[in-house]
Design a protein around this ligand. Structure first.
Ligand SMILES: *Cc1c(COP(=O)(O)O)cnc(C)c1O
Length: 460
């Protein structure tokens, strides 16, 4: 494409995006297609002669869009719904144009320094002390992997050289995300050394059982190394007792990691002060702005008060990357597994500065209110029940019937393509989940989904 051809196609693309953002409800949330349809609609091999970009937008509209699940749709209420606002989209666009690789400070200062600024802004909103160092990774799974490796480094510095001995134990609740176990596998700690601590009635880790497990391991010759609390579990958004777990971590010398992938942004709301009390005592914290902070996927924010441990765990500098930079010139490649680093900070910075703390707080509170209203209506309904407390913007509910009926109900609602909900299993029972997180979602949208559920249930 020549710059002029780009200008033409670019205007067309921006127009398409603007129209999408202005009226997303005219699109079905989910596609109506059979597996393989898109593959069959596209040529089996790449062309010998390119077409210099002509027809790209047409194929995008006609072939790609109909195969999309629209995560940016206001009635996408599955998993953790999220938002790509216009500001974030611009950040992605401009970052793609600059195409920088911020492995070193000197390989592009803008990448490193804007990451420092945006992460410092976010750190302050979350109420984390100044000594917390922030770094952006792609996903919470990768952030938690770095926490687990840092924990291993702190407990057994020689493991990096000789490999693990299989004697380190990691503690997390039975409601925690599978990424914690995956991290233990990948870090060489071993899946058998992950202790899944039991939870209370509200799906929160029981601190008394945690301490029992730590003591039992010490008595059995294991070395407790890390505890991972979850602030906003994936199924129900329950929050583990952070302060009580911090106290145990301090007593037994464990690395304390908090997985706040979804709910972290709520730490900026004063009314959640008690819920997040003790977060500042963590050794590391992860939250995903691409979940509940209105930033396009992917962007995971990782904070640690011990960046020197992270650096010891990962730094391995080949000669061609050695630099004699000044102390303020951080080389982010030394703080993780990846060398290259794309310019994710731009979209985060765009979002934080254009929404502001008040804008973000108002959006979070609005969504929390919609979830509370839905929860109240579910509770008041004779044929439905709440399956868990709803402390944030996710509601877990059940039709008062069999698991099979709930499964069918979800399937029938999703088959309308008017809303998209997902499910989980709690205490062995099938549960429908409604997650509010898109900034365009209105009370009408939630009402629409709730009406669909009731209407469909009446026909079961
Ligand atoms: C979503 C989620 C994750 C995984 O997030 P990715 O960024 O997709 O890796 C981890 N932990 C919790 C609590 C989550 O909700």
């Amino acid at each position: 494409m020549t710059p002029n051809e780009f200008r033409q196609a670019g205007y067309e693309a921006i127009d398409w995006i603007a129209e999408w953002l202005a009226d997303p409800r005219k699109y079905p949330v989910t596609p109506s297609m059979e597996p393989g349809e898109l593959v069959d609609a596209l040529p089996a091999s790449a062309p010998e002669k390119g077409d210099a970009g002509s027809g790209l937008m047409e194929d995008f509209r006609e072939l790609i869009v109909p195969a999309c699940v629209h995560w940016n749709h206001p009635r996408f209420l599955a998993y953790f719904s999220n938002t790509a606002p216009a500001e974030g989209i611009l950040g992605e666009l401009l970052a793609a144009a600059l195409n920088m690789n911020g492995m070193l400070w000197s390989s592009s200062p803008a990448v490193t320094e804007l990451e420092e600024v945006a992460m410092s802004w976010l750190r302050q909103w979350l109420g984390l002390p100044e000594q917390f160092f922030g770094i952006i990774y792609d996903t919470a799974s990768i952030s938690s992997f770095h926490a687990i490796v840092a924990a291993r480094e702190a407990a057994d510095p020689e493991a990096r050289q000789r490999g693990g001995r299989g004697d380190l134990a990691v503690y997390t609740s039975e409601q925690s995300h599978s990424s914690i176990e995956k991290a233990a596998i990948a870090a060489g700690l071993g899946q058998d050394n992950v202790r899944k601590i039991g939870v209370d009635d509200a799906f929160r880790m029981r601190a008394d059982l945690l301490e029992e497990a730590v003591r039992a391991d010490i008595a059995g010759g294991k070395k407790p190394c890390c505890v991972v609390a979850t602030a906003g579990t994936t199924s129900t958004t329950s929050v583990d007792p952070i302060a009580a777990i911090a106290a145990i971590a301090e007593r037994y010398g464990l690395w304390f990691h908090v997985d706040a992938a979804y709910a972290g942004p709520a730490a900026m709301l004063a009314e959640y002060g008690d819920c997040f009390a003790g977060l500042d005592r963590a050794d590391s914290v992860v939250t995903n702005p691409h979940k509940w902070l209105f930033t396009p996927c992917d962007l995971s924010a990782f904070f640690t008060r011990k960046p020197e441990v992270l650096r010891q765990a990962f730094s391995l500098v080949p000669e061609y990357l050695r630099t004699d930079d000044a102390p303020r010139a951080r080389n982010l490649m030394n703080y993780g597994i990846q060398l290259g680093r794309r310019f994710r900070a731009l979209k985060l910075w765009f979002v934080l500065r254009s929404l502001g703390r008040e804008g973000v707080s108002a959006l979070l509170r609005g969504q929390i209110r919609m979830a509370a209203e839905l929860a109240a209506r579910v509770e008041a309904h004779p044929r439905f029940e709440l399956a868990a407390p709803a402390p944030f913007s996710v509601v877990c509910l059940r039709y008062k019937g069999t698991d099979e009926q709930n499964r069918r109900l979800l399937e029938m609602v999703n088959r309308t393509h008017e809303a998209y909900l997902s499910h989980t299993v709690l205490r062995g029972r099938y549960v429908i989940r409604i997650a509010i997180g898109n900034m365009a979602t209105s009370a009408e949208d939630i009402n629409h989904a709730w009406e669909l559920l009731q209407k469909t249930a009446a026909n079961l």
